[in-house]
Design a protein around this ligand. Structure first.
Ligand code: ADP
Ligand code: 5GP
Length: 230
């Protein structure tokens, strides 16, 4: 921490919800797991969802898997701190996840979309909203397609979501770049635990949007249209 950090009011912070947002392929899941695995001061917020479990996912661990009726009943009861429709399924953060972490003095890490982040911003004082950018669109694409398992249509859908998500960057408290994983983790811990703001990144969300639009137009939309014709 520097003298200018202290002047800006940086210093040890109490436990608060941490919202991590990023475009798909940036490394959000990797970062969230490392925060929680490396320290018992961090816990995951287990969301509720109406989507079906994927192979290997466990109820109550990865998500609370609910029927649409049960989800709607909980919305009516006010059981969610935020909820949203994402890719045609419902997702929500149970208030109980935030309350339990707060009672134990733990930082609770929320892996939610930008609609949810906005609701947390409005309803949870002290929440820390961090947007994670990739070092470049090329690197994001390499991480996104690295597994080689995604169909062009699925990649195109994620890229279209990225265009919307990147528009929300100015609404976040902090922006970090996931270039070197360990450095990025240190920046996030500095923000969450000490309120230390990292230097403004050279990366420009608007330039990333233009680049993603070009990739969609030139590479992915033609492939998806071709697939649909076959
Ligand atoms: P997201 O949840 O944002 O879609 P993941 O956490 O699944 O992204 O990461 C996408 C891929 O990028 C994974 O193969 C992961 O191991 C890799 N990755 C994540 N962070 C880094 C990093 N800093 N450097 C290199 N590879 C990374
Ligand atoms: P997936 O179904 O792939 O696990 O998640 C799809 C998307 O839903 C991701 O962008 C994830 O961040 C988001 N998501 C997961 N849980 C929640 C939640 O509780 N609330 C909101 N608003 N989004 C969520």
């Amino acid at each position: 921490m520097t003298v200018s950090d202290l002047k800006r009011g940086a210093g040890p912070r109490g436990a608060a919800p941490v919202v991590l947002a990023a475009t798909s392929g940036t490394g959000k899941t990797t970062l969230a797991h490392r925060l929680v695995d490396d320290s018992d001061r961090y816990v995951f917020s287990v969301s509720a969802t109406t989507r079906l479990p994927r192979p290997g996912e466990r109820d109550g661990v990865d998500y609370h898997f609910l029927t649409q009726d049960e989800f709607e009943r909980r919305v009516e009861r006010g059981a969610f701190a935020e909820w949203a429709r994402v890719h045609d399924r419902l997702y929500g953060t149970p208030r109980s996840e935030l309350d339990a972490a707060s009672a134990r003095g733990e930082h609770v890490v929320l892996d939610i979309d930008v609609q949810g982040a906005r609701q947390i911003r409005a309803s949870v004082p002290g929440a820390c909203l961090i947007f994670v950018l990739p070092p470049s669109v090329d690197i994001m694409m390499a991480r996104l397609t690295g597994r080689g398992t995604e169909e062009p249509a699925a990649i195109a859908r994620r890229l279209r979501s990225a265009l919307v998500e990147l528009q929300a960057v100015p609404e976040f408290d902090y922006v970090v770049v996931n270039d070197d994983l360990e450095e990025c983790l240190e920046e996030i811990r500095g923000i969450v635990e000490m309120g230390v703001a990292p230097a403004a990144p050279a990366q420009d969300a608007e330039a990333f949007r233009n680049e993603i639009t070009r990739i969609l137009d030139e590479d992915y939309d033609p492939q998806v249209q071709q697939q649909e014709r076959e």
